[in-house]
Design a protein around this ligand. Structure first.
Ligand code: GLC
Length: 655
């Protein structure tokens, strides 16, 4: 049961799409202040607090403070309270079970028992708020109800589930061609190559550097002949430069955000001074969305949106008037440029003028919405779209990646923690920069990371300018990397099917164990094993130098060892077991009574993948597989086909 409580005059977000009845008396919380609006609840000693999507720390958010305020900071340390997205859902699971979504577009501070007195407090800085209170039988039930009111997840094409290679610094068509060549030479499957800002003319959106990419349409077509897609980056800021068509159109039509005086706000990002499109207005979104025609006309059908918190390097005004970075180190104001966000303005649909600070967390999500609505018009097939910044609701328009992580074991573990938390908030299509963005990766870390991202919908190897080259073929024994990426492709009939079913049913794909198994204390505390879809449990190795790990099976399961060639299955009892996992292998588990359809051989890319030619692993007898051509917009559960397994064989028996 979901009830909404309204405080003040809330600014409309685009998070909730269903009608929810209004309640009178808010249960579970007491309101301890009107200004700022602050709520508190007393947690039981063993209560777990789930949710908060893209935040640091474990799946249980207890013990720390978090601030919803979308922010571009590449130092993902334990102290970092805000990341690129704001996902204001919390779910309390323990002596009481309930969820609460604080739907407000500005800054919210969640103190989840950081003082140790069991108090969860939520402080919403702006006076208007819609609070959705969800009551259910358990945490999973609460989350499913929540997913029911925020609308269906973005549906990417099949190729978006393939392996993607990226790097900030691929400068030319030739360089990307070489990366493709080496993947093909080492027989490492690959579906797409991301193009970072280097492809643009002086980092200006909707341009191509003609020296580096003399004919992007031809190059795109050549890639497609090899079954590959190119995925260009698009940044939020539009370069201020006479002659830049998009800039001129934006100025003429008053499509940009303004400063206090009413002229267009200027902030420095990659191309130098830029204006920010005012995505809060439908007319601006439609205009921005139409700009993607520049790319779709060249045959492109995948995009990543960046710098849309929005990221600001500096503003002329601040540079001249402020000491830089004063706010740094202050836990209450952990972000630079707070003053800038207060200094630039949006014009809402109803004509109201609000500072970015008041509606800050919606900006990136609305950019995704603009792109997606444009691409829906421009393309008659599904496309890949993922963004750095987000707010709940943006999951309907695109996926997200978790930004500028680092090549550390801690960040690998954070990737595991992020996945279920993001799923709770609707973001099924997500993933981290595999191998790590900042810093230099190494062979062992990249292999272990691939063994995790083989199970996340977005599987992209991406790294920063100036770091060591991170493509798999650069390391000793590329066959070891081939093994892990092959596993991804062999699992695609299952992973794609489970993704589509979860999205269409408005359910989670990646879940903590406690969402499905009896919530014993042991199960509730496990954060480094995850459920992926209905049949799979993963237990990745997350420690440097480890030759294996301890796994806890909450029930008997089939243990599957992928050795690069075969799936070796063995029945395993419930309880704890120690497994050895060489760097080129993956051990995972199939739940009793379920099946896992896997491809019979490894394709070079998804264009060669036959979703119907599958082998069924596991002890169940039936599996309902979602299948389509990988592109169609006509996605319904009617595309599911029942596969039956004849006992004792590994083959589907007919449909
Ligand atoms: C940002 C993005 C990163 C990208 C870089 C250059 O830091 O998060 O992924 O490579 O900008 O465009």
């Amino acid at each position: 049961m979901i009830t909404q409580y309204t405080y003040g005059t809330p600014i409309e977000t685009f998070a909730v799409v269903s009608d929810v009845p209004e309640g009178n008396q808010l249960p579970y919380f007491s309101q301890v202040s009107d200004s700022p609006l602050t709520f508190q609840t007393q947690l039981g000693t063993n209560d777990i607090v789930y949710g908060l999507g893209e935040t640091m720390h474990g799946i249980n958010k207890r013990g720390y403070r978090y601030i919803s305020f979308n922010y571009d900071d590449p130092c993902h340390t334990d102290e970092m309270p805000s990341m690129y997205g704001s996902h204001n859902l919390i779910v309390v699971d323990g002596s009481t079970v309930f969820g609460a979504f604080f739907d407000t577009p500005s800054r919210v501070v969640f103190d989840v028992d950081s003082t140790g007195d069991g108090i969860l407090s939520v402080c919403c800085e702006q006076p208007g708020l819609r609070l959705y209170l969800i009551e259910g039988t358990d945490a999973y039930d609460v989350v499913r109800q929540f997913l029911g009111i925020i609308g269906r997840s973005f549906l990417p094409p099949l190729w978006a589930f393939g392996y993607g290679q990226s790097r900030w610094g691929y400068k030319t068509e030739k360089e990307i061609g070489r990366v493709v060549y080496h993947h093909q030479k080492e027989e490492i499957p690959i579906d797409y190559l991301c193009m970072d800002i280097d492809y643009m003319d002086r980092y200006i959106d909707f341009t191509v550097n003609p020296k580096r990419f003399p004919d992007l349409a031809r190059f795109t077509a050549e890639m497609r002949e090899q079954g590959l897609h190119l995925v260009p980056i698009v940044d939020a800021g539009i370069k201020v430069e006479p002659g830049n068509r998009v800039y001129e159109e934006g100025v003429q039509n008053h499509y940009f955000c303004t400063n206090r005086e009413g002229t267009n706000f200027q902030a420095a990002v990659w191309p130098g001074m830029t204006h920010f499109p005012d995505f809060f207005r439908a007319s601006v979104r439609a205009w921005f969305g139409r700009q993607y025609k520049f790319y779709t006309d060249m045959g492109l059908d995948g995009f990543w949106n960046d710098m849309n918190e929005p990221a600001i390097f500096f503003t002329e005004y601040r540079k001249q008037n402020d000491k830089p970075d004063l706010a740094r180190g202050d836990p209450e104001q952990p972000t630079r440029h707070i003053a800038d966000f207060k200094d630039f303005f949006h014009c809402l649909e109803d004509g109201a003028r609000v500072s970015n600070y008041q509606v800050h967390n919606l900006y990136g999500g609305l950019m995704t919405r603009a792109s997606s609505e444009g691409l829906d018009q421009l393309l008659d097939k599904r496309y890949l779209l993922f963004s750095r910044s987000s707010y709940i609701g943006a999951h309907r328009y695109g996926g997200i990646w978790t930004g500028d992580n680092a090549s550390t074991w801690k960040m690998l573990r954070q990737n595991v923690y992020h996945m279920p938390s993001l799923n709770m908030c609707g973001f099924l299509f997500s993933g981290a920069d595999t191998g790590g963005f900042n810093g230099n990766t190494n062979r062992e870390l990249l292999l272990r990371w691939l063994a995790v991202s083989a199970f996340t919908p977005l599987m992209r190897n991406h790294t920063s300018l100036g770091t060591r080259k991170q493509e798999c073929y650069r390391f000793k024994t590329p066959a070891d990397f081939r093994s892990l990426i092959s596993l991804r492709y062999r699992l695609l009939p299952y992973l794609y099917s489970e993704y589509m079913k979860a999205a269409l049913r408005q359910d989670m794909l990646i879940r903590p164990l406690a969402f499905d198994f009896p919530r014993t204390e042991r199960v509730r505390l496990i954060e480094d094993q995850l459920l992926i879809g209905e049949s799979l449990m993963i237990a990745p190795v997350l420690e440097k130098g480890a030759e294996g790990r301890t796994v806890f099976l909450p029930a008997p399961m089939t243990e599957v060892r992928w050795n690069g060639v075969d799936f070796l299955c063995e029945e395993a009892e419930a309880g704890e077991r120690l497994i050895s996992v060489p760097l080129n292998e993956v051990v995972f588990y199939i739940r009793k009574g379920t099946l896992l359809p896997v491809a019979r051989c490894t394709p070079n890319n998804t264009a060669e993948l036959d979703l119907t030619d599958v082998e069924l692993l596991g002890t169940g007898t039936k599996y309902c597989q979602y299948r389509d051509d990988g592109y169609t917009k006509d996605c319904t559960l009617e595309n599911c086909v029942n596969l039956k397994k004849e006992s004792g064989t590994g083959s589907p028996m007919g449909e």
